[in-house]
Ligand binder design. Structure first.
Ligand code: PBG
Ligand code: ZN
Length: 324
């Protein structure tokens, strides 16, 4: 007679039949770099997360290295914003400077550079704006230029998060033309217009000054459309695909994993992090168990890698389990 409990009887048996694992080498930790000096500024809505000036970054990166985390995702907060986001593609902008400093001190760390204009534009949109309209094709050369300047500074992976059509192709062409044929593109392909990005916009000073992002980010109601986005980005040259947010979109991760043979990255976004942290601070949930359950859920859904603000904690908990 079938009895499912037989293989659940002991920790040893449970470990032997465990189907999915969260591994430190698959974690990606987001890092916010702000222009200025001697800054380590906590983000209110993201307990445990700070903005760092380049001179203070080593504090955070030493923790990253000690935790065994191998990859970070960089976001920049410039001092100067304008209509066309010129600080994004300035070869001496905050991100190229940060990348050069990081590569000098942590040469083996995989530096993934988020590419978007919203942190750099005065209107806070991810593309150029004319008469209240977010322009697609006019934005592409700026994203390409930004990507090339990050690659020149030493970025290992370029991650466009803007959601303009055809940007992966434009970036691939520009990288190739500048001799960066071997720099992979991690495309935010299935990126939804989500309220879960709220805390991030506090952290990155990137909330749109008017309107919303619904004319370029996807409608949360659409799943089939996400597959078309993925298909297009793969055709244009994406090497890795991000699905975002993660928790309310597990079906999207599953669908991409079932349909395409490309590594998928789940982005466990700022609002998801904030909710867990807030409930944990109140003592209403067991933070460690909740976070690890979410992480293994992403793996079970089909994600290969996980971008998460919990990465330092998760890495520590994985080590604890290995030593237990
Ligand atoms: C910028 C960008 C956003 C996030 C990653 N890159 C915010 C947005 O699109 O408004 C969200 C990350 C998070 O919430 O953790 N385009
Ligand atoms: Zn953006």
């Amino acid at each position: 007679m079938e009895r499912m409990r037989r293989l659940r009887a002991t920790p040893e048996l449970r470990a032997m039949v465990r189907e999915n694992h969260v591994r430190v080498e698959e974690l990606i930790y987001p890092v916010f770099v702000i222009e200025g000096e001697d800054i380590s500024h906590p983000v209110d809505s993201m307990p445990g997360i700070c903005q760092y000036s380049i001179d203070r970054l080593p504090e955070e990166l030493d923790r990253v290295a000690a935790a065994g985390i191998r990859a970070i995702l960089l976001f920049g907060i410039p001092q100067h914003k304008d209509e066309v986001g010129s600080a994004a593609y300035d070869e001496n902008g905050i991100i190229p400077q940060a990348i050069r400093a990081i590569k000098q001190n942590y040469p083996q760390l995989v530096v993934i550079a988020d590419v978007c204009l919203c942190e750099y534009t005065s209107h806070g949109h991810c593309g150029l704006v004319r008469d209240g309209i977010i322009l697609n094709d006019e934005t592409l050369p700026l994203l390409a230029k930004t990507s090339v300047s990050y690659a020149k500074a030493g970025a290992d992976i370029i991650a466009p998060s803007d959601m303009m059509d055809k940007r992966v192709g434009a970036i691939r062409t520009a990288l190739d033309a500048n001799g960066f044929v071997d720099i992979p593109i991690m495309a935010y392909s299935a990126k939804f217009a989500s309220a879960y990005y709220g805390p991030f916009r506090d952290a990155a000073h990137s909330a749109p000054g008017f309107g919303d992002r619904k004319t370029y980010q996807m409608d949360p109601a659409n799943g089939r459309e996400a597959l078309r986005e993925v298909e297009e980005d793969i055709a244009e040259g994406a090497d890795l695909i991000i699905a975002k947010p993660a928790m309310a979109y597990m079906d999207i991760i599953r669908e991409i994993a079932g349909n395409y043979n490309i590594p998928i990255v789940a982005y466990n976004v700022s609002g998801e992090y904030a909710m867990v942290k807030a409930a944990a601070q109140k003592g209403w949930i067991d933070e460690r168990r909740i976070v690890m359950e979410n992480m293994v859920g992403f793996k079970r859904a089909g994600a290969k890698m996980i971008i998460t603000y919990h990465a330092l904690d998760v890495a520590g908990w994985i080590k604890d389990e290995e030593n237990a």
